[in-house]
Design a protein around this ligand. Structure first.
Ligand code: SF4
Length: 611
């Protein structure tokens, strides 16, 4: 299979059996790979109603047909599972070098099933695949574990690992790789921890077959040339995602004090240029990347080195908890990365608890005497550790996510539990940015930005407008951006360097030998999106429009400061956006893909068969 390893590894942790299966070319045609293959396996193999924390749940790590090839940013891998945080679909993308290495070893995907009795790690060296004892690694942090395994196996191995957060089943535990890259969202690390898989270590020495080598080379050179000649390259490489911190602060999109407002009085201390000058020591990139956005930093104040903080972490563990010193944010980032918890969810959880504390819904008795006010850096560090350890009381409660915490704390706290579908919102304040609000409402994993980063579009066409064009833009982004997660590539060369997105079609054709247009690929992305939506309908009892509502904060309580002070999006407008979205997607008025839409996408038979 050109572009593919052609083999899927199935690892049964209950029996210790490892098998190699052929990757069905028809599935690859219809779902490409990465998140496409992930949802296909989740839908067809994990029975409806499975408890996420049960042996029947599966964790699926998948490369795509572009992964590991000479294509800008071909270093992305998807991790899919049934989420322990939302109870629905989880898919998280990781960069670095793991995906390329797995392809070099000849595999497109690893399916973990069952539960091991004792901690193990998966060792892959080309044809040799073994489960090995990980007793000596259990309890260690992600960064520490990666170093230990590299010392043990050699620097040539690529390692993915969980930390104590995953071992202790924090609902938003992440998987770490390459000393600072994470598959962060939705609890993919939790499932790895539940299965007692501490790590995956991969080394591959093979080649990936390509259909038309000349065309592939020409296309690759043209794409790299476009990246290198891009006007956006210099500034992107200098600042990475921190390029947007100042912009968000200035336009009122920087979440501050649990999303109460979109501008932070100490925001300028967190801007990209300050960070670059104060703590960044080098740039760091993924496999095949011409525009490395990773910023590797050294905090002298805290005596740590860390990859980051990137924008989302600055937003959630900086302004959102009111920390105004970039070195404190870097340290919080380091703790979360080492302990293996998602910086976005943990930042939300702590900000939520801080607001509860300041409003008197919890007090010193619940915090164990900790002064949990906004801006207290020591309290943030302590809470990250308590959450990762699941210390009795608040640590354990916040480890379950803000939705579960609000259900327990009560009062009006659900209004300011900033989540959709149970997943905490990433770094954009959306009191009156209606495209971004809709993107969060309808994102297929919960309130995450990476499916449709529409915040700049809001500013372009009028932040609070509620009109069909905005809905169409969100849907277009929800097809374009996740397509990269099925191809196994980074989307940032398209977004930040403005390379022509349609160029990925001839590149894929050169690799696989099958001619497909960009529109054909977008149709596959729509197929993946709709199957994912059907998964929510199948798994969540009572699923429907209520699950597509934003946090009440954005329609009930106006922004308290900054350029958007006093603004909100009335519930009526929220519902109007939602209705237009369902209509434009060809869904029923309850938000379910219609039989006609499923037929159009070739999904009817699959849905009939698997529910
Ligand atoms: Fe990785 Fe950043 Fe390059 Fe994308 S732009 S491939 S995330 S380093």
């Amino acid at each position: 299979m050109n572009g593919y390893g052609g083999t899927i590894l199935r690892v049964n942790l209950s029996t210790g059996e490892i098998s190699k299966e052929a990757y069905d070319p028809e599935v690859a045609r219809n779902f490409l790979g990465g998140r496409g293959l992930g949802i296909y396996i989740l839908y067809t193999e994990v029975p409806a109603g499975t408890d996420p924390l049960s042996p029947e749940n599966k964790l699926i790590a998948s490369t795509g047909p572009i992964s590991g090839l000479l294509v800008p940013g071909a270093g992305k891998m998807d991790w899919t599972t049934k989420s322990p945080l939302s109870g629905g679909y989880a898919s998280a993308s990781i960069g670095g070098h793991l995906t390329a290495e797995l392809k070099f070893a000849g595999y497109d995907s690893i399916i973990f099933e069952g539960v091991s009795e004792k901690p193990v790690y998966l060792y892959i060296e080309d044809d040799t695949v073994e489960l090995r004892d990980a007793g000596h690694l259990w309890g260690k942090g992600c960064i520490t574990t990666e170093k230990m395994l590299k010392d043990e196996l050699g620097e040539d191995f690529q390692i993915a690992t969980i930390g104590p957060g995953g071992e202790n089943l924090v609902s938003y535990a992440c998987i770490g790789h390459d000393y600072g890259r994470q598959a962060g969202r939705g609890g993919v690390g939790t499932i790895m921890g539940h299965k007692k898989v501490k790590a995956v270590a991969v080394r591959g020495t093979g080649a990936i077959p390509v259909a038309d080598n000349d065309r592939y080379w020409k296309q690759a050179l043209a794409m790299y040339k476009a990246c290198k000649e891009s006007d956006g390259l210099e500034v992107w490489q200098r600042y990475g995602t921190t390029i947007v911190t100042s912009w968000c602060d200035e336009v009122g999109a920087l979440p501050t004090r649990n999303f109460q407002q979109g501008s932070f009085e100490e925001g300028p201390n967190l801007y990209g240029d300050v960070m670059r000058e104060k703590i960044v020591i080098t740039d760091k990139g993924c496999f095949g990347c011409p525009s490395p956005c990773g910023k590797y930093s050294h905090s002298k104040k805290h005596g740590i080195r860390v990859e980051g903080p990137e924008y989302e972490t600055i937003a959630l563990l900086g302004s959102n908890v009111a920390l105004g010193d970039i070195e404190d944010v870097a340290y919080a980032n380091y703790l979360a990365d080492e302990l293996g918890v998602d910086t976005i969810s943990v930042g939300n959880a702590i900000a939520f608890a801080m607001e509860c504390y300041e409003k008197g819904l919890i007090g010193p008795e619940e915090t164990g005497g900790l002064d949990l006010r906004f801006g207290n850096a020591e309290a943030v560090f302590t809470m990250i550790e308590r959450i990762a350890r699941r210390d009795e009381g608040l640590g354990d409660l916040l480890a379950q996510g803000v939705k579960a915490a609000a259900q327990e704390i009560g009062g009006d706290s659900m209004d300011f539990a900033i989540q959709v579908k149970g997943m905490e919102q990433s770094g954009y304040e959306t009191h009156s940015a209606t495209s971004m609000l809709l993107a969060y409402m309808t994102c297929d994993v919960g309130a995450h930005h990476n499916r449709a980063w529409a915040i700049t579009y809001d500013l372009e066409v009028g932040r609070d407008k509620v009109e069909p064009g905005k809905v169409a833009k969100v849907i277009q982004l929800q097809h374009y951006r996740p397509l990269f997660d099925a191809l196994g590539a980074c989307r940032l060369q398209w977004i930040e360097l403005a390379i022509d997105v349609t160029q990925y079609a001839p590149m894929l054709a050169a690799i696989t030998g099958e001619e497909r247009s960009w529109e054909d690929l977008v149709k596959i992305s729509e197929r993946i999106w709709n199957l994912t939506r059907m998964y929510w309908w199948r798994e969540i009892e009572g699923f429907g429009p209520e699950w597509d509502l934003p946090p009440a904060r954005f329609y009930k309580h106006p922004s308290t400061g900054g350029p958007t002070e006093g603004e909100l999006t009335p519930l009526e407008s929220v519902k109007k956006l939602r209705t237009m979205y369902y209509e434009q997607r060809g869904w029923t008025e309850d938000g379910k893909p219609s039989p006609e839409k499923l037929a159009e996408l070739g999904l009817s038979e699959l849905v009939d068969r698997y529910g």
